[in-house]
Design a protein around this ligand. Structure first.
Ligand code: CA2
Length: 140
């Protein structure tokens, strides 16, 4: 299994700001964790982060023929992006939506996701472990 991991806007700041909400692990720590788990499970992963919606769309389109599934933390685009939803629907690859924080325990506007109803699964609130659980779910 080839997994494309996508991190959305501002997640490059993970571990550097707001540790009370997002913890102290950096994005590099998360990617290293995912590489270890993927290797353990016989999968390959490619990780990418972008602060730009269109770049994420391009990565999703580019996954056709190159990845079997997508693990995505869309960041704030979770709550706004019909565009990401359309891209994921268009490529038709199974994907899992993950969030470091529990989006249901925060501001009301974070409770709605444009992706959850078309995702294979959703993991939210376990810090970096959300990614690991999502990856294990996809590979399971
Ligand atoms: O909990 C998550 O993983 C989120 O996807 C993170 C998004 C937020 O808009 C979603 O509602 C939930 C925000 C990403 C910002 O990441 C930062 C990390 C460290 C410091 C500041 C921002």
């Amino acid at each position: 299994m080839r997994i494309l991991v996508l991190h959305g806007p501002n997640l490059n700041l993970l571990g550097e700001r707001e540790p009370e909400t997002y913890g102290s692990a950096t994005l590099a720590d998360v990617d290293a964790l995912l590489l270890r788990v993927a290797t353990e499970l016989g999968a390959t992963i490619e990780c990418a982060q972008s602060n730009h919606e269109g770049v994420l769309v391009d990565r999703i389109h580019g996954a056709r023929g190159h990845a079997d599934a997508i693990l995505i933390n869309p960041g704030g685009l979770t709550h706004t992006s019909v565009v990401l939803r359309d891209a994921l629907l268009a490529v038709g690859l199974p994907f899992v939506e993950v969030h470091v924080s529990n989006i249901h325990a925060r501001e009301p506007f974070r409770r709605h996701s444009y992706l959850s109803d078309i995702a294979r699964g959703v993991v939210s609130g376990f810090g970096p472990a959300s990614y690991e659980l999502g990856l294990r779910g996809l590979l399971g």
